[in-house]
Design a protein around this ligand. Sequence first.
Ligand SMILES: Nc1ncnc2c1ncn2[C@@H]1O[C@H](COP(=O)(O)OP(=O)(O)OP(=O)(O)O)[C@@H](O)[C@H]1O
Ligand SMILES: [Mg+2]
Length: 292
Amino acid sequence: MLKMEKVTKSFGKVQALDGVDLHVQPGEIYGFIGPNGAGKTTAIRVLMGFIRPDSGHCTIFGRNVWKEAVQIHQRVAYVPGDVNLWPNLTGGEVIDLFLRLQSQKDVKARDYWMERFDLDPTKKCRTYSKGNRQKVALVAAFAQEADLYILDEPTSGLDPLMEKVFQEGLRERKKEGKSVLLSSHILSEVEKLCDRVSIIRRGKIIETGSMKELRHLTHMDVHVRTLQPLPDQFGSAYITDLREEEGEIRLRIDSAQIGRLMEEITPYGIESLQCMPPTLETLFMRHYQEEG
Ligand SMILES: Nc1ncnc2c1ncn2[C@@H]1O[C@H](COP(=O)(O)OP(=O)(O)OP(=O)(O)O)[C@@H](O)[C@H]1O
Ligand SMILES: [Mg+2]
């Protein structure tokens, strides 16, 4: 669906992209995360054919993103990071303009999404709040019949209720077999929605995989209560960080050791047990802490 290979781009001395690879498969929601200035927007602008990379190769639907942008954009819905709209048009006019550019005449989807996002389309764009500007862009994107949705931090200004509408919208698209590239800072959102994730830092992809694969690389936190107390040296070979807190044992293990832990702990009579895989946030933080 989307392929980015060994793409580099620098702005003067700043190397914004340094050999970036991204592959989005059909029907997949792909998360693109990284700190401020990591290169997410630059990568997306290259994919949209707005800027030309210094080197590397990008295709969408098998077509060259730079040379065949017009054809590609007919089947791509895009929401930019900073939504700037024509100040003197109303939200409704802007949405209609976008849909006309896509030669789309069906207004049912437009009205449906306007209602779901609770958007007043009669106001002039200059009077909209940041969240409402974002809603205009999202309604235009969701109302569009596209095969690929490229969304650059589309929910940074939305309230939790609207965030939920957005997530439902994305899941509906996925059910229809559409593909999504979603850049986001909201890790819980990425965790909930995305099939695969790439983490970018300083223009380089430092980790790619499904949530399951990424989690596998790390630890798991376990909270357990046992009927009989555990012996002093319990699991010292593979448990890190064992402590007693709030009447329960809290410990951390390598994810691969969970079977061994269960076997060894069962004879002590498990009263309650909670296993918590790392959240995307802990995975993310780990990368930043490693950097020191
Ligand atoms: N037009 C430009 N001219 C000069 N430098 C630029 C330009 N666009 C981006 N950069 C630089 O490239 C780097 C990557 O920026 P980019 O906007 O892609 O980051 P980002 O990951 O989208 O960050 P954020 O999460 O804050 O949106 C930054 O160092 C930025 O300052
Ligand atoms: Mg950005």
